[in-house]
Design a protein around this ligand. Sequence first.
Ligand code: ARG
Length: 460
Amino acid sequence: STHKLWGGRFQAQAETWVDEFGASISFDQLMADEDIEGSLAHVKMLKETKILNGSDSDQIIAGLENIQRELHAGKLHFTVENEDIHMNIESILTDEIGPVAGKLHTGRSRNDQVATDFHLYVKNRLPKIIDEIQTIQKTLVNLAEDNVETIMPGYTHLQHAQPISYGHYLMAYYSMLKRDVERFQFNMKHADISPLGAAALAGTTFPIDREFTAKELGFNDIYQNSLDAVSDRDFALEFLSNASILMMHLSRLCEEISMWVSYEFNYLELSDKYTTGSSIMPQKKNPDMAELIRGKSGRVFGHLIGLLSTMKSLPLAYNKDLQEDKEGTFDTVKTLLPALKVFNGMISTIKVNKDKMRHATENDFSNATELADYLATKGIPFREAHGIVGQLVLKGLQNHQNLQDISLDEYQKISPLIDKDVYEVLKPEVAVERRNSLGGTGFASVKKQIQIAKEELSET
Ligand code: ARG
């Protein structure tokens, strides 16, 4: 037999480079806390159910608590030879308390152990992520409040469509992030299920108490099927999917920020603190942080596709493929948290060039719908009104004349119903202010959205 913890039936030793290939300790040591926590719950249960006697259990508990302290003091040393975090901790425990450490693994397998650790890992990180998203939501609401009456062109197909309130625009992102929060909250439901006690795949003959360990670890629910318990990674897939959608949202806003700080738009200016210069072009102020958040969305999407691909075609129950679930998930957490923080800093220090935004709606035809609506309210069927305004736009483009520059005489030639109040209607702020249909960009409607958002945020 070899010296590995499972070496009994082995005669030959793997080469170091084979061990290195199979080992996960380089990354799963991130779950060291969760692993010790899981082992503590398990041994307390073994004591409670009298599967182990009090003296053995107490030695193991004291040993694990000591390892926990050493971990927090940065004193633990892990080895590739011990493959993963589970066997490293068990091996350290053996060094510290002797052969009684071998009783810890009674009625347990690394398969339910790793599933437990991984559930705890995801579960423990969700609140922080939700918190960071809500911080951004608050910033968006504050920014929206300052910009209810900031007029800008609203776009479809990147063409000027209709003037809108910048506050309204910001509240659209608030709404996206609200769904992100809800998705991560729902994620908790599936992360919060205890697989501990499923053992290798089939349960155990020991009279274990799964309710005890679940309660000890703060799990809300227990897997009802041991095969499912050790092979389910839906909670991680949901996490990666939620993270991907969130990053997609941030990336869209980052894309617009990058465009809007350009010379051509100049709608926004980023703080020096969230921009960088060029090593050759002295005038440059680059929106690097926005670009990097946009860029990092790609790696998060990659992790989702990676784990989905790993899970696809995986037969029940545990397979070593499942070891591939961790790095992408860890990296997603590592990517998400600073991205959210930087994003919030970036948008809370943004300068809005209100005049530039307003100005962009002056020399365009984004008030064309206003004129068509005006004609429609005077009794001209909307389709006909649309046609009339279309012709005016065509003529205006040829003569470099906007709708507000057409004389009343000319208008009255088109229809005697047109009066001088048409010029009021053609003003962008009037166009925006009046769009108070539910969810519209009207000032009152945007204020209403902000008020509802504040109530939602105060409930969190
Ligand atoms: N390091 C493994 C993982 O991450 C732990 C479980 C290993 N179990 C096994 N039977 N090989 O999935």
